[in-house]
Ligand binder design. Sequence first.
Ligand code: GUN
Length: 281
Amino acid sequence: MTARVIDGKSLAAALRAEVGRKVAATGFTPGLAVVLVGEDPASSVYVRTKDRAAREAGIDARTIRLPADTSQDALLATIAGLNDDPAIDGILVQLPLPRGIDQRVVIEAIDPAKDVDGFHPVNVGYLADGRPNLVPCTPLGVMKMLRHAGVTLSGARALVLGRSAIVGRPMGALLLAADATVTIAHSRTLDLAGECRRADILVAAVGRVEMVTADWIKPGATVIDVGINRLPDGRLAGDVAFEQAAAVAGAITPVPGGVGPMTVACLLENTLTAASRRRAG
Ligand code: GUN
């Protein structure tokens, strides 16, 4: 069997164009503030990509670059200013933050109505309650890919590998809201391979190069690879050994060109959602 490849790049391009059309039709310009503290190379690339994509969709994107030695209080003051700025509809603080800054305190300082990452406990709570409000961009993008690929979610056994706040936990909540039977596996899970092999839908989000091999995959399963790992030679690799996995899976996402572009497109959608809701009062 050779798996169907789910093309995140073209799906993301379509979603970005759709957001652009909707922005043009609204009669207002959504504002997005992206805050980057320090100069982590990967984060710098992500922030540039988000800023450019937002501008292309007609969103007024503002990247605020702060030095690595910025104090937590100074960062909180920046966020307070953005919360109060009527031109700003969405606030994203790129993670990870430098040591010495408490990520949770910073995220909790963001106005939940402007929390386009969906990381604020209020938005996490809505999602856990089965009433998604602003939802984290990566799992939101994965759900769009699954739906676009026509994957049956209701009643499916879904296995999420990884329990991070950015991907694993919200991914589990969204799959549950779509009536899948969800297992969240992690580093302490017994028989990881066996758990994975039972899954009709396998979402890998652990950040370990090609950890998921063909023998972990149920024949015909849908495999979503969230991993973006930089190899010593500069190439990107996912959490799934793509070539061998594609010989067993029914559908699979590539790295690059899979989930990554969808994350950016969903950020634009969340920004438009936040802007529309705020302006509707
Ligand atoms: N770092 C890695 N992924 C993300 C994300 O989706 N949002 C933010 N803010 N930081 C990240």
